[in-house]
Design a protein around this ligand. Structure first.
Ligand code: ADP
Length: 402
């Protein structure tokens, strides 16, 4: 069975074709600059352990044209991996916001499309793009069932005390203002992979998952289920991110508007695009900040990294208390979590009182494998688990269509 996984943005489509017989990735790519004068498709196929890349530059007026080109590349005799698009057995869509309607993945029908539309006010940038992706893929792969896998679904097991904000009741009842959380597919994937790695049943597994990439969030996992997460109604809440502030005094927007006369669009732009590591250092890529810290001992970079790690430590403490049971593991994942021994060290170095302790000889080496980096004395394992959201979407797609 082959599953095409699609992640549609407002001007882009990311895709992967996964052969579920051995869960291998056979093709992947990115369509970008849809709607601009010149678009671009980067297409890769993976054959006999080799990666071959094809780049096409052409005008891509809309998503339909973009996905038509993807279908043509996948079936191209020279650069493709299948003979006919009918070999795509199912399409799995990354859907960002499922609100309270979806606590699991679903086969897409008109009711599901309507429900995703109903959630547009909660994710005005993402859900409209997801709907376009679904409509276009349904036309092009009309023989294949389509499945929606929601970023919010895994966190629907949070108890009310964790997901409610202390705001007037009617904001929740009438407008859906509550914590939803995101990156759910990743938190689910890494927690299941970690439980398997440690030989524990997922129902008995307690962990704190730390997904730190450009966007960043943590989750408290008790008995294999998400009981709290750091992103909220939107992805702005929680950890310090590449360009997002994360937690702050909620009166700051009011301060900015009343004293600095900023408009609410300017405030929104600043908190989402100009804050976080970029706001503190001028750079959002952690590799640049780590370079400045290591090579130049730059005090701004040092402070930014310490702030970044401190926020994660605070959440570890909070989530340990939220789980209130023996913890099996803390799990680092995503771009920073998988690749930055500096951040892992900064986060863990003062947590030995909790039984969290790293072995630097295991933390420092680079690897793409799941691994235990804790010292033999540690009571709680510290793991690095490479995330694979596309594979999780493909697995759920397969499960939903049975
Ligand atoms: P996204 O949230 O966009 O999916 P990723 O999970 O791919 O992002 O993470 C991107 C981030 O990972 C970037 O900020 C990048 O700097 C960081 N990153 C990647 N490699 C390293 C590395 N070797 N050391 C530190 N940070 C890294």
């Amino acid at each position: 069975m082959k599953v095409l996984v699609i992640n549609t943005g407002s001007s882009s489509i990311k895709y992967q074709l996964i052969d579920m017989s051995n869960e291998s990735n056979i093709a992947a790519g990115l369509v970008e600059k849809i709607g601009e004068a010149q678009g671009r498709i980067k297409h890769k196929r993976f054959i006999n352990g080799q990666e071959e890349e094809t780049v096409k530059v052409l005008p891509i007026e809309n998503h339909q044209v973009g996905l038509d080109n993807v279908a043509a590349l996948l079936t191209d005799p020279k650069v493709g991996v299948i003979k006919d698009k009918k070999e795509v057995d199912a399409v799995g869509h990354r859907a960002v916001h499922g609100g309270e309607k979806f606590n699991h993945s679903v086969k897409i029908d008109n009711n599901v499309i309507q429900a995703i539309k109903d959630c547009v006010p909660l994710a005005p940038l993402h859900n409209p793009a997801n709907i376009v992706g679904i409509e276009v893929a349904t036309k092009i792969f009309d023989h294949a069932p389509q499945v929606a896998v929601f970023d919010t679904a895994f966190h629907q097991t949070m108890p009310e005390e964790a997901y409610r904000y202390a705001l007037p009741e009617k904001l929740y009842k009438e407008n859906g203002v509550r914590r939803y959380g995101f990156h759910g597919t990743s938190h689910l994937y890494v927690s299941h992979a970690a439980a398997k790695f440690l030989g524990k049943k997922i129902e008995d597994f307690n962990a704190i998952t730390i997904h730190i990439g450009n966007g960043a969030s943590m989750a408290a996992i008790k008995h294999g289920k998400s009981i709290d997460t750091s992103m909220g109604l939107t992805p702005l809440e929680g950890l310090i991110m590449g360009t997002r502030s994360g937690d702050m005094d909620p009166a700051i927007p009011y301060f900015l508007q009343s004293n600095l006369k900023m408009t609410f669009e300017e405030v929104n732009q600043m908190l989402n695009k100009e804050s976080g590591m970029k706001g503190i250092t001028g750079k959002n890529d952690l590799r640049d900040i780590e370079d400045a810290y290591e090579k130049e001992h730059c005090p701004i970079a040092t402070r930014a990294l310490e702030m970044y790690a401190y926020r994660i430590r605070k959440y570890i403490g909070a989530y340990y208390a939220a789980i209130a049971a023996p913890l099996d593991a803390i799990i680092f994942t995503a771009g920073v979590g998988e690749n930055s021994p500096i951040i892992r060290n900064m986060v863990c170095k003062e947590l030995s009182c909790f039984g969290i302790e790293l072995d630097e000889s295991k933390n420092a080496p680079r690897s793409k494998e799941i691994r235990d980096i804790s010292s033999p004395n540690a009571k709680i394992k510290t793991l690095v688990v490479p995330t694979n959201e596309e594979l999780e979407i493909a697995r759920q797609t397969k499960e939903v269509i049975g």
